[in-house]
Design a protein around this ligand. Structure first.
Ligand code: MN3
Length: 199
C-alpha cells in the first residue's frame, strides 16, 4: 500500500510563499486523495502495490489497460507531489556545483533558467506541472505536463517540479499564477534537486 509521506517542515513554514492553509489542504487532502484512489485501483494487482511508484510510472506502457487511467492520474499525483514536497524548504538556496554548471550550459544562466521555466509553466493551459527534467541523454530540459502526467511516463527523470493546479496557489494568489511562480524560488532546496540530478 502507498502512504502519505511526512513533510520535512510545518505547514506554516513556507509562508508567505505558500500559506499554511494551502499546504495543509494540499498535503492532507489532495495528496492523500490520490493515494487512496491509487491503492483502491491496485487492489486487484497486489504485485504492483509492492513496487515503487516511480518504477510503475517508468513502465506505464506495459500496465494492464484496466488500471492505466487510474495510475496515470493517481499514481502520477502521488509521485509528483512526493517530489514537490521533498524539494520545498523554508531555507532559500541556489544551485551550485555540477548542477549549476549544467544549468548554465543549457540555459545560459540560473536567471535565464528561472525566466524560461516561469514562462513555460505559466503558459501550461489548465491544471498541470512545470518540470526541469533529465532526459535519457542526460540533458536538462524544461517541460510541462497536463493534469498529473509524470515525465517518467516519457522516460524523463524529473529533478525539479512545480504544481500549477489552482489548488496549489489559489487561496493566496487567486488567478495570479505568474506571481506564484516568481515567488516559488524562495522555498526551493537546491541541495535536494542536486541529489535528484545525481551529483
Ligand atoms: Mn497538487
Amino acid at each position: 500500500m502507498f502512504t502519505l509521506p511526512k513533510l520535512n517542515f510545518e505547514y506554516s513554514d513556507l509562508e508567505p510563499t505558500i500559506d499554511a492553509q494551502t499546504m495543509e489542504i494540499h498535503h492532507s487532502k489532495h495528496h492523500q486523495g490520490y493515494i487512496n484512489k491509487l491503492n483502491a485501483a491496485l487492489e486487484e494487482h497486489p504485485e504492483l502495490l509492492k513496487k515503487e511508484i516511480n518504477e510503475i510510472l517508468l513502465n506505464f506502457k506495459n500496465l494492464p489497460d484496466d488500471i492505466k487511467k487510474a495510475v496515470r492520474n493517481n499514481g502520477g499525483g502521488h509521485s509528483n507531489h512526493t517530489l514537490f514536497w521533498s524539494i520545498l524548504s523554508p531555507e532559500k538556496s541556489e544551485p551550485s556545483g555540477a548542477l549549476l554548471q549544467a544549468i548554465n550550459d543549457t540555459f545560459g544562466s540560473f536567471v535565464n533558467f528561472k525566466k524560461q521555466f516561469e514562462e513555460a509553466t505559466a503558459a501550461q493551459f489548465g491544471s498541470g506541472w512545470g518540470w526541469l527534467v533529465k532526459t535519457e541523454n542526460n540533458d536538462l530540459k524544461i517541460v510541462t505536463t497536463p493534469n498529473q502526467d509524470s515525465p517518467l511516463m516519457d522516460k524523463q527523470t524529473p529533478i525539479f517540479g512545480v504544481d500549477v493546479w489552482e489548488h496549489a496557489y489559489y487561496l493566496h494568489y487567486q488567478n495570479r499564477r505568474p506571481d506564484y511562480l516568481t515567488s516559488i524560488w524562495d522555498v526551493i532546496s537546491w541541495d535536494k534537486v542536486a541529489e535528484y540530478y545525481g551529483e
